[in-house]
Design a protein around this ligand. Structure first.
Ligand code: SAH
Length: 542
């Protein structure tokens, strides 16, 4: 038995090695019969993507296949490297749910094919997660297993309303119960007996549908009608909703409010609405914002949105792959001795250029005779990650602004200008600089391709349009149109507010007939987020 190193495709959100390959590595057991995969059963946490454990995230990012069901934050799936097989086994969007047997068989088949499989489950797999059934099946099939716990919905629910689940002064026990009465295979929950137990708290999962019956049973078992009760639905999402009441009126209040599942029911003395005084109010609270940037670039924008209270929906419409432009690299190599300007107009260009230098027989020292011009904060930070500082950053964050600043900076006639770029977009920069007499070397280091969304994600986003759709480039607009089709893209754009990073992206959206509600005046991610905040503030005043 020995260890083999798994190969990965380049470019994802993790740092790159100098060869342009991802720095992720994973070691798999090699047995005499060949490689067999393992199954990692991992808790994804409820609602928000940040509630998965570090170990869970690490295994997820390095697996070969993921089998996931409902209630998994999309970000965990959409941020996976492209070569990870994704198997959705949930039943959202009116789809027929896949039977437990089929899920079990799928996991065994994938592992037998030598893949390391992550079985990603909402919340904690150890709590109402059918873990027992899956473990029995996998063990019987001789599959190696590791279980990584997660944050269960009850913990997140109590955290979100700032109530302790136990309290050494008042509550010495906590009961977790299922309210799923339709699950006739399971033994019934002894509600009347629980009602008689004092000095503890009760949490009910899947309790929305049968809340009337459950509260009636608890009342008839002797629990006081005035016992506080809270129901928290869609924890971690922008649509999180909390209803407070007492044992005798909570079911009615929940029905009147039309609360949607998933929801947790908490019954016990602490579960009163205490937190209003300490509650953090954030400017984008309750807003859902679609982030269409490529997965390798969307983390920052998602983080900014989340920090301001919004629920980011990271659904990349494009992805970026390295391009092989050997002619461009040859020309660049022949300019190394003389130097000139290196021109970067985007983060992807900077990252792909710098991480592929070694592959073309050069390294960072080959750039010694070049000055660097760059636009965009993402571009700047990408350069910094490689230890480089831009010499010229125009005030205007547009390609026209960059050209003007370069022309201003010096006489460019006969000077080498290495225009680092992707395959899309026009040739404005190279055209204008060549007109000024520069020797322009075009180096295409990446290609933009259009993403494919899993069908259930597409259905869900169309059925529940977000508050905002953010576009940071023309290609992200084009990507959405390709993915959803023009009619659905137009419908989505009407029901949401389209927010774009600048006038070029706005023009592309309008060409496709997508109404543009907001254009950022600063053509940066910060500017875009600021535009959303201003729009929300205006909405509150108006
Ligand atoms: N293993 C999961 C529970 C799965 S059972 C865990 O540990 O959380 C599904 C139930 O969990 C739902 O009916 C609901 O009661 C609860 N739940 C899961 N995600 C939730 C969320 N985001 N908000 C509220 N309740 C949630």
């Amino acid at each position: 038995m020995h260890y083999i190193k798994k190969e990965f495709s380049p470019f994802n959100s993790t740092p790159q090695t100098a060869e342009g390959r991802s720095d992720r590595s994973n070691f798999c057991l090699q047995t005499a019969e060949g490689r067999r995969g393992r199954v990692y059963i991992i808790g994804a946490g409820p609602g928000a993507s940040g509630l998965i454990t570090c170990r869970g995230k690490e295994l997820l990012q390095n697996c070969d296949a993921v089998v996931y069901d409902d209630l998994i934050p999309w970000e965990l799936i959409t941020s996976l490297p492209r070569d990870v097989q994704r198997h959705y086994v949930g039943k959202r969007g009116g789809r027929i749910s896949i039977k437990q047997d089929e899920i079990n068989r799928l996991m065994v088949e994938l592992a037998a094919a030598g893949l390391n499989v992550v079985r990603l489950k909402g919340g904690d797999p150890l709590v109402f997660g059918r873990l027992g059934e899956e473990l029995d099946y996998l063990r019987a099939a001789g599959v190696e297993i590791e279980v990584i716990p997660g944050v269960t919905a009850v913990a997140a629910a109590a955290a979100s309303i700032e109530c302790s689940l136990t309290d050494r002064r008042t509550a010495s026990w906590l009961t977790l119960a299922t309210g799923h009465s339709a699950d006739s295979d399971s033994p019934p929950v002894p509600w009347r007996d629980i009602a008689r137990m004092e000095d503890g708290n009760l949490a009910v999962y899947m309790g929305l549908a049968a809340l009337e019956e459950i509260t009636a049973d608890l009342l008839s078992g002797g629990m006081p009608p005035s016992m506080p009760a809270a129901v928290i639905s869609r924890i971690g999402s922008a649509g999180q909703c909390e209803i407070y009441g007492h044992l005798d009126d909570i079911a009615l209040k929940v029905r009147q409010a039309g609360l949607e599942s998933p929801a947790i029911v908490l019954i016990g003395r602490p579960f009163t609405s205490l937190r209003d005084a300490s509650r953090l109010v954030k400017p984008l609270d309750g807003k859902r914002a679609l982030v269409t940037r490529p997965a390798c670039q969307n983390e920052r924008l998602c983080r900014m949105l989340r920090d301001l209270g919004a629920e980011p929906l990271p659904l990349p419409t494009i992805y970026i792959e390295p391009a092989d432009d050997s002619t461009g690299w040859d020309c660049f190599q022949s300019a190394v001795e003389t130097g000139g300007w290196l021109v970067f107009t985007g983060q992807a260009g900077a990252e792909h250029f710098l991480s592929r230098l070694l592959a073309y027989g050069m390294d960072i020292r080959s750039l010694g005779k070049f000055s660097i011009a760059a636009i965009g904060s993402g571009t700047e930070s990408a350069l910094r990650r490689f230890g480089l500082k831009a010499d010229l950053i125009p005030d205007k964050f547009t390609r026209q602004g960059l050209v003007e600043a370069l022309l201003h900076s010096a006489d460019l006639s006969g000077v080498n200008i290495v225009r680092v770029r992707g395959n899309l977009g026009d040739d404005l920069v190279e055209r204008e600089l060549a007109r000024a007499g520069a020797k322009v070397i075009v180096l295409t280091v990446y290609r933009t391709e259009f993403e494919v969304w899993d069908a259930h994600i597409k259905d869900e986003i169309i059925a529940h349009p977000p508050d905002y759709i953010t576009f940071t480039s023309s290609s992200t607009v084009e990507g959405l149109v390709k993915i959803t089709g023009i009619e659905d893209a137009r419908r989505l754009a009407k029901e949401s507010k389209v927010a774009v990073i600048g006038p070029i992206t706005a023009a592309t959206a309008r060409e496709f007939g997508l109404p543009v509600a907001l254009i950022s005046s600063h053509h940066t991610e910060e500017g875009l987020v600021e535009t959303l905040v201003k729009d929300c503030e205006a909405g509150k005043i108006g």
